[in-house]
Design a protein around this ligand. Structure first.
Ligand SMILES: *Cc1c(COP(=O)(O)O)cnc(C)c1O
Length: 385
């Protein structure tokens, strides 16, 4: 237990995060405290746990774990990524305004435009790679800037430090969806971001078997406010899923490294194929955001999007591939191929979709841990028939 805490490097933290050995028995994993309530031995004394919605030791271990990895003061585990994101947005009040990146995750877009707006929270969507647009969108009632970088599915890069500077100048909170990079590649709190959010369903869980969301805050005061929201909304992560998520997170570095190495190879190979019209990957030399991405991240991630030219060819590819799961989602040990135009972005009007670069021929490949030679060979047969 001597090698844990804030003084170790990332991979060591992943394994030795503080609760990895049960203090009562020496067991080699966090116990699953499958209990909804806690006996109060002395009703006058303050006990750390009283009721599982308000706190549970298994969930607490996960919350401390993600706070350590992101370098924040406090972590929170929620029933899904959207539960984490909606809870963070509950920090806002009626009459407030949010500036949000235009290519934000579809669920976040839906939340802001169909639910938060009814609660009197307005939002403006801008191209966050253009700082002038961000400045122009700010209003006297703007209370938060919501960013996601790299974005999905076209992997556009936002300059995190530049947005933080604008936000601090105007006393506005920054919230960043860090699902694609994970704290292994990108730690936004170190760059001044106030709240980091995750769909832990993706890379953190890593095995396509748990739905979960995480939030990490940079300050104690935000921690107290988020705790009140989490307890008040009651959208906490269950105990078994908290354990399962920690189980997955221990291998985050090994999984991210393996998948990223393969994703770089895949992006390079795709770039050389004459019948692939465009490849989107922040690690490619011609990616417009590459320099900014390298300033704020230590890797390029495992998601590669590419355009095969038409909807017909995209559908053909989907039906012919043998290795990847053809599905919504990403960030797992198995490769996952998705078709944004008909899956994640199907509800977006076609014109808006095209304007955001989500063409009919665009597909998104989340590279898993299969051998890259097999992944490429499979894509080659699927593309050429
Ligand atoms: C999947 C995803 C979400 C939503 O998370 P859920 O766990 O599905 O609720 C949010 N942001 C990004 C970037 C995602 O990929």
């Amino acid at each position: 237990m001597s090698h844990h805490g804030e003084d170790t490097k990332f991979a060591t933290k992943l394994i030795h995060f503080g609760a990895e050995i049960d203090k009562a028995t020496g067991a080699s994993s966090v116990p699953i405290y499958q209990a909804s309530t806690f006996h109060q031995e002395d009703v006058d004394a303050h006990q750390p746990y009283d009721y599982t919605r308000s706190g549970n030791p298994t969930r607490q271990a996960l919350e401390d774990y993600i706070a350590l990895l992101e370098g924040g003061t406090r972590g929170f585990a929620f029933a899904s990524g959207m539960a984490a994101i909606s809870s963070a947005l509950m920090l806002l009040s009626q009459g407030d305004h949010v500036v949000c990146t235009e290519d934000v995750y579809g669920g976040t877009y839906r939340l802001l435009t169909t639910i938060m707006n009814r609660m009197g929270v307005e939002s403006t969507f801008v191209d966050m790679t253009d700082l002038a647009q961000v400045r122009a969108a700010l209003r006297p009632n703007t209370k938060a800037i919501f960013l996601e970088t790299p974005s999905n599915p076209t992997l556009k890069i936002t300059d995190i430090a530049a947005i933080v500077a604008i936000a601090q100048e105007h006393d506005v909170l920054t919230m960043l969806d860090n699902t694609f990079m994970t704290p292994y590649h990108q730690r936004p709190i170190e760059l001044g971001v106030d709240i980091v959010l995750h769909s832990a369903t993706k890379f953190l869980g890593g095995h396509s078997d748990v739905l979960a969301g995480l939030a990490v805050v940079a300050s104690d005061s935000l921690g107290r406010r988020m705790k009140q929201i989490q307890n008040g909304m009651g959208n906490v992560l269950g105990i078994q899923d908290s354990w399962l998520l920690m189980r997955g997170m221990k291998t985050l570095k090994a999984r991210m490294e393996g998948s990223e190495t393969s994703a770089r190879r895949l992006a390079g190979w795709l770039s050389e194929q004459a019948d692939v019209e465009a490849v989107f990957y922040p690690g490619l030399p011609n990616h417009p955001g590459r320099e900014i991405h390298e300033k704020q991240s230590t890797g390029y991630g495992a998601v590669v999007s590419f355009d095969v030219g038409s909807g017909e060819r995209a559908k053909q590819l989907m039906s012919r591939v043998r290795i990847p799961l053809v599905a919504v989602s990403l960030g797992a040990v198995e490769s996952i191929l998705s078709y944004p135009a008909m899956m994640s972005h199907a509800s977006m009007p076609r014109e808006v979709r095209l304007q955001r670069g989500i063409t009919d021929g665009l597909v998104r490949y989340s590279v898993g841990l299969e051998d890259i030679e097999d992944i490429i060979e499979d894509l080659e047969q699927a593309l050429r028939g």
